[in-house]
Design a binder for this molecule. Structure first.
Ligand code: GLV
Ligand code: MG
Length: 364
């Protein structure tokens, strides 16, 4: 933690920079769709994607060739200036802080399109000091550009040191909007032995005990195995750190574009653990993320029933009721409110969900 007085935490870091936000708005961001602004074919599709995805992200870092770094940056400026984004957010992923490109990324993007950029994603964050560095530069550039609202910062959790420091990273600045898991870089940095970009691994499993006859184990018998989630520890830790600081956790990339089933499973695990969204590396993955990170009609129906039953109890949200043989109380009401509030936010931007949720009939 910084040695700053708590009173100074929400003061702008440069004279004339916009006031930091006290709360990070809960804007739906189920899919963060990555595009390479130096790829003309991909860039040309961006305007048509507005309204079909919660976040469009112009990627300047990994997956963009070194020779194309300047073209990507300029491409993003052009796209941002020439596109009306409506309810869709515009994010970018800048180059890493130890790269020769990042300073030009920031000093170009903030004056040119700072008024259109909602969030800047910072890769390979190691600790709070990385966020402090970006925080101050952004404040200086915002002041110079006369911006009226602060650009938010999103860190990728993809180094071992970053994971060890995740709580400090989340709390390093009022700009912190959220964190994404970066399973590829993280696996490499930790020297994990998976070469996949996210997802499970057939070797990471537990196995049933051998069957026994008269107490003797039959080690030749076939035994069921169960895959374990390689990312469970990191995602769970990230979710706690984000929740503690009022910011949002995201599962990151799922590299096997063809395996839509396993992608959905990985996204759903993250949703159940508390994440609000995931990256999309191909338009196919947008639909998966939109489905998984929106509460199902059944979940919303159940949650509304609990809310209605607890309201009917007249205890101002206290007490206990039985519904379908299950106990519901103050705590399960809070769980249900998470679902109901998320459904309300999504209904505001997604007309299909709005209709589905509106059609739900609740009989308490
Ligand atoms: C994402 O950037 C990753 O490294 O997985
Ligand atoms: Mg990475």
């Amino acid at each position: 933690m910084s040695g700053k007085s708590a009173k100074d935490f929400f003061r702008p870091l440069a004279v004339g920079a916009p006031e930091p936000l006290r709360e990070i708005p809960a804007r739906p961001s189920r899919a963060i769709h990555f595009f390479d602004p130096s790829n003309e074919k991909m860039a040309a599709k961006v305007p048509d994607m507005v309204g079909t995805v919660d976040v469009l992200l112009g990627n300047l870092e990994d997956a963009v060739k070194a020779d194309n770094k300047v073209a990507a940056r300029q491409g993003l400026v052009q796209i941002a200036k020439g596109t009306s984004f409506g309810p869709t957010q515009l994010w970018t992923r800048i180059n890493a802080l130890d790269s020769p490109w990042v300073l030009d990324d920031l000093t170009t993007l903030v004056p040119e399109i700072g008024d259109r950029l909602d969030v800047i994603m910072v890769p390979k964050v190691q600790g709070a000091e990385d966020i402090h560095y970006v925080d101050r530069i952004l404040a200086q550039l915002e002041a110079k550009a006369g911006l009226e609202r602060p650009i938010l910062v999103h860190a990728i959790l993809e180094t071992a040191r970053g994971v060890a420091n995740v709580e400090a990273i989340c709390g390093a600045s009022p700009r912190m909007q959220g964190i994404s898991l970066g399973p590829a870089d993280l696996a490499a940095d930790r020297r994990m032995k998976t070469t996949r970009v996210g997802g499970g691994h057939p070797g990471y499993l537990v196995r049933d005990d051998p069957p026994r006859t008269d107490g003797v184990a039959n080690l030749e018998a076939t035994r069921a195995t169960y895959l374990q989630d390689l990312w469970h520890y990191t995602i769970a830790r990230m979710v706690d750190a984000c929740a503690m600081h009022g910011i949002y956790p995201y599962y990151g990339p799922f590299g096997d574009i063809t395996d839509v089933v396993a992608c959905e499973d990985q996204f759903r695990n993250a949703f159940l653990l508390g994440c609000v969204g995931a990256w999309s590396l191909h338009p196919k993955q947008i639909a998966i993320a939109n489905k998984v990170f929106s509460p199902s009609v059944e979940d919303v129906r159940h949650a509304r029933r609990v809310v209605a039953a607890m309201a009917a109890l007249g205890g101002g949200g206290t007490g206990a009721v039985m519904l379908d043989g299950k106990m519901e109380d103050d705590a399960s009401l809070k769980q249900c409110l998470v679902m109901v509030e998320l459904a309300e936010q999504l209904a505001k931007i997604d007309p299909v969900l709005e209709q589905q949720y509106a059609a739900i009939e609740v009989d308490a």
